[in-house]
Ligand binder design. Structure first.
Ligand code: F6P
Length: 363
């Protein structure tokens, strides 16, 4: 077991509600229970590369439990092994891991606690290969991280998306319209499926099940024939038609994962309007889903994760990610995680639940 005397902490990748709750739990547990000082790096791996940091005391971690975002800042571009740098007006990618390791040594850190998603865990895996001791904490609103049943941030985003569907419901009813609500989640449909069921969407479209326009229009018509002259469609940003492509909204050249999805709700909305003759509107929820105060469930999960990560690092149980496994918090080797996306299995019970209450999955 490695002897741990000083720990570095960072939040990497896109933000989500609950990051501050984890920071609080890690810092307070390390300080109160283990007397281990913590150095916080700013803007994720960017701060580690550029040596931007500050000590995090018990007091720094007080009063942040309910705050959205991250007090440390984050970056979904910085990567010590493939870092984008501007040179002569051009973006070039460089391996700056040597300078990153130097910064870790400069602060005499025995281990890093990295709070992040798939991209962060992939970088952690590479750092481990360079001899850095790491403990990971799984975050993302997408809930697509391999190795854990749930990530924190998901529950809050699900409630936000479900509430948005509720709001759309009343205006859909008033105007007898077809309303599409585009929901984040990248290549996984967890957020759309869960929020869609919770919000009572009539049609739910996720990346794992390619949709069929005729089936969607038939469902809308069937509802109208039964006197329901409006329909709500919850659609993942990664949803695509059978044999078709996902809609890419932009390519972020200096990001390790350059593709940003978006816009499918507008495309499909136009097609539905043409095939049904009914007025259609689309709403893209976007970054609203990443904002706000964490739900009680996310605060609870984030605190459990943070305490477990602090206990693991203090005990020298390194190179593991804390994970929810059933009702318990366990540890999963980081080597097994990065680069694998946890999508919705096509036989997942939630799909049966949706179908049982008459929701169409667009096929
Ligand atoms: O992974 C979280 C997430 O919000 C995805 O759901 C979404 O596709 C992506 O990040 C958006 O990234 P950005 O903040 O770079 O636009």
């Amino acid at each position: 077991m490695k002897d741990i005397k000083r720990v570095g902490l960072l939040t990497g990748g896109g933000d989500c509600p609950g990051l501050n709750a984890v920071i609080r739990a890690v810092v307070k547990t390390l300080s109160l229970k283990h007397a281990i000082p913590v150095i916080g790096f700013e803007d994720g791996f960017e701060g580690l590369i550029e040596n931007r940091s500050r000590p995090l005391s018990y007091d720094d971690a007080s009063g942040i439990l309910q705050l959205g975002g991250t007090i440390l800042g984050t970056s979904n571009k910085a990567n010590p092994f493939n870092h984008a740098i501007k040179q002569d007006g051009r973006i070039v990618k460089k391996d700056v891991s040597a300078q990153t390791l130097e910064n870790i040594n400069r602060h005499r850190l025995d281990a890093l606690v990295c709070i992040g998603g798939d991209g962060t865990m992939t970088i952690c895996r590479q750092l481990i290969e360079k001899g850095v001791a790491v403990v990971g904490v799984p975050k993302t609103i997408d809930n697509d991280l391999y190795g854990t049943d749930v990530t924190f941030g998901f529950d809050t985003a699900m409630s936000t998306a479900a509430m948005a569907i509720d709001y759309i419901h009343t205006t859909a009813q008033s105007h007898h319209r077809i309303m599409l609500v585009e929901i984040m989640g990248r290549y996984a449909g967890w957020l759309t499926l869960s929020a869609g069921i919770a919000g009572g969407a009539d049609i739910i479209l996720i990346p794992e099940i390619e949709y069929n326009l005729d089936a969607i229009c038939a469902k809308v018509r069937e509802r109208r024939d039964h006197g329901r002259n409006f329909s709500i469609i919850a659609i993942s940003e990664g949803a695509k038609p059978k044999g078709g492509q996902m809609s890419v909204s932009r390519v972020v050249a200096d990001s390790p994962d350059a593709i940003r999805l978006g816009g499918v709700a507008f495309k499909l909305g136009d097609e539905i309007e043409k095939c049904t003759g009914l007025e259609t509107r689309a709403t893209v929820l976007g970054h609203l889903q990443r904002g706000g105060s964490p739900s009680a469930n996310d605060r609870l999960l984030a605190t459990r994760f943070g305490v477990a990560a602090a206990d693991a690092v203090a005990a020298g149980k390194i190179n593991q990610m804390v994970a929810l496994q059933g009702d318990s918090i366990g540890l999963v080797p980081i080597q097994e995680i990065g680069g694998r996306t946890r999508t919705v299995p096509v036989d997942h019970p939630l799909l049966e639940v949706a179908k049982a209450v008459g929701t169409s999955l667009g096929v």
